[in-house]
Write a protein that binds this ligand. Structure first.
Ligand code: ACO
Length: 336
C-alpha cells in the first residue's frame, strides 16, 4: 500500500457494573476455581439493562477522537455482533451522537475478529483515497445475547468498547499497519451461532411464559473452537510477521483476542514467542468479542507495558469462523 493507515488515537470504555465469578457461581452451577483455571477470567463488566452497544461505542469513540487530538474523521466503522438493531447499522447513529454528521458510517460483522476486519476495511478506504481519517470502533454487549442458564457461555463474555483513529500516512511511520491477513471458514459456522433473529430463522415471539426463545441466544462449541483458534491465529500471525519482515522473537507484545489465556499461551508457544510477551486483560474484562483487542491495547498502554517504538502483533479469531491479524510499531499515542 502506498498510502498507509497510521494509528493516531485510542479510546476505551467498559460499563461500571462488575460481575465476578462468585456472582455467577451464585446463580449457576459453576465456580471461581473452574472459570479461572479453564479460562483465566476473574470478572467481566456487564451493561445495565437498557444500555446498548451504541452507548458504549460513543464513549470509546469520543475518547479515541480526543486521544487523536482531532474530531475530524470522514468515515466511522463499527465492528459488532450485538448491534443496537438488526436494521439500521449502529455506526450512523454513533457518528451522529459524536457530532460527525454526514460522514460515511457502516458496521462490520465478523464476530470476535470484527476489529481486525474493521481495521482492514478502514485501511482499504485510506489506501483507495476514499477516506483520510477513520474512526474504527469495536463494541459489544454480549450480556444481551447470553443464555443466563448456559454456564458454557455466560461465564466467558463481557461487555465493552474500544476504538482507534486511523489516518493516512507513510508505511515507514510508527503506527502504520504493516500487513493484514484475513480469513474465514463458513463450513464451521455452527460452532459459534445465534440461530434466530435473521432471515434464515426470524426471531419467534416469546413463549406463553414470556420466556425468550432459545434460538435467540448465543451458542458456542468451546472445545473445537479452542483448537481452531490456536491453529488459525498462529498461521495468520505468521503471515503478518512475514509481511512485516519481523521474527517472532523480535515482537515486544502479542495482543491476541482475549478469549482464553490458554489460547493466548498456546499461540505464543506455536510462534516460538515468550509467554511473557502476551498482553492479558481478560482476567478483568472477559471475552469482549470485537472490543477485545482495542481494550487490551488500552490496558497495556495505561499499565505502562506498551510504549512508543514497541513492536506489536495483533491476532483475532471468532465466529464465522473468521480470523485476522496485523502488526505495527506502537506510535506516541496515549489511551483515552
Ligand atoms: N463451570 C463449571 N463447569 C463447566 C462450565 C462452567 N462454567 N462450563 C463447562 N463446564 C463443564 C462441562 O460441562 C464439562 O463437564 P463434563 O466433563 O462433565 O462433560 C467440563 O466442564 C469440560 O467442559 P469443556 O467445554 O470441555 O471445557 P473446556 O476446557 O473446553 O473449556 C471453554 C471451555 C473455556 C469454552 C474453552 O473450550 C474455550 O475457551 N474455547 C474457545 C473459546 C473461544 O476461543 N472463543 C473465541 C471466539 S468467541 C466468538 O467469536 C464470539
Amino acid at each position: 500500500m502506498s498510502r498507509a493507515a497510521v494509528l493516531a488515537g485510542l479510546g476505551t470504555h467498559v460499563p461500571s457494573r462488575v460481575v465476578t465469578n462468585d456472582d455467577l457461581a451464585g446463580v449457576m452451577d459453576t465456580s471461581d476455581e473452574w472459570i479461572r483455571s479453564r479460562t483465566g477470567i476473574a470478572q467481566r463488566h456487564w451493561a445495565e439493562p437498557g444500555i446498548a452497544t451504541g452507548d458504549l461505542a460513543v464513549e470509546a469513540g469520543g475518547r479515541a477522537l480526543k486521544s487523536a487530538g482531532s474530531g475530524d474523521v470522514d468515515l466511522v466503522v463499527v465492528a459488532t455482533t450485538t448491534p443496537d438493531h438488526p436494521c439500521p447499522a449502529t455506526a450512523p447513529e454513533v457518528a451522529h451522537r459524536l457530532g460527525l454528521n454526514s460522514v460515511a458510517a457502516y458496521d462490520i460483522a465478523a464476530v470476535c475478529s470484527g476489529f481486525v476486519y474493521a481495521l482492514a476495511s478502514a485501511a482499504g478506504a485510506i489506501a483507495a483515497g476514499i477516506a483520510e481519517r477513520v474512526l474504527v470502533i469495536g463494541a459489544e454487549t454480549y450480556s444481551t445475547i447470553l443464555d443466563p442458564q448456559d454456564r458454557a457461555t455466560s461465564v466467558i463474555f463481557g461487555d465493552g468498547a474500544g476504538a482507534v483513529v486511523l489516518r493516512a500516512g507513510e508505511p515507514s511511520e510508527p503506527g502504520a499497519l504493516l500487513g493484514l491477513d484475513l480469513g474465514s471458514d463458513g463450513s464451521l459456522k455452527d460452532l459459534i451461532i445465534v440461530p434466530a433473529g435473521g432471515s434464515r430463522m426470524p426471531a419467534a415471539a416469546p413463549g406463553e411464559s414470556g420466556a425468550r426463545p432459545a434460538g435467540t441466544y448465543f451458542h458456542m462449541q468451546g472445545k473445537p473452537v479452542f483448537r481452531h483458534a490456536v491453529t488459525r491465529m498462529a498461521a495468520s500471525s505468521r503471515a503478518v510477521l512475514d509481511a512485516a519482515g519481523w521474527t517472532p522473537e523480535s515482537v515486544d507484545w502479542f495482543v491476541g483476542h482475549q478469549a482464553n489465556v490458554r489460547i493466548l499461551h498456546a499461540v505464543a508457544d506455536q510462534l516460538g514467542m515468550a509467554r511473557e510477551r502476551t498482553v492479558v486483560n481478560l482476567d478483568r474484562v472477559g471475552n469482549t468479542s470485537a472490543a477485545s483487542i482495542p481494550l487490551a491495547l488500552g490496558d497495556a498502554v495505561s499499565a505502562g507495558l506498551l510504549n512508543p517504538g514497541d513492536r506489536v502483533l495483533m491476532s483475532a479469531f471468532g465466529g464465522g469462523l473468521t480470523w485476522g491479524s496485523t502488526a505495527l510499531v506502537w506510535p506516541a499515542v496515549e489511551a483515552g
